[in-house]
Design a protein around this ligand. Sequence first.
Ligand code: FES
Length: 60
Amino acid sequence: MYVCICARVRESEVRSAISAGARDEFDVGEACGAGTGCGSCVERICGLIQDGKSPLARAS
Ligand code: FES
């Protein structure tokens, strides 16, 4: 499923960027381009970043 339509970036790619060390939407944008167009996906990207910080997300 695409998170970012503008850059055609899938959720799995955003999660990979976060796993590789992206800490905010700017890092994610640098890593895979997501969020660098219209900006409408930035809220979703921030949600994925928060998921990555959650102890429950790390445990699963
Ligand atoms: S949908 Fe991601 S920048 Fe437009």
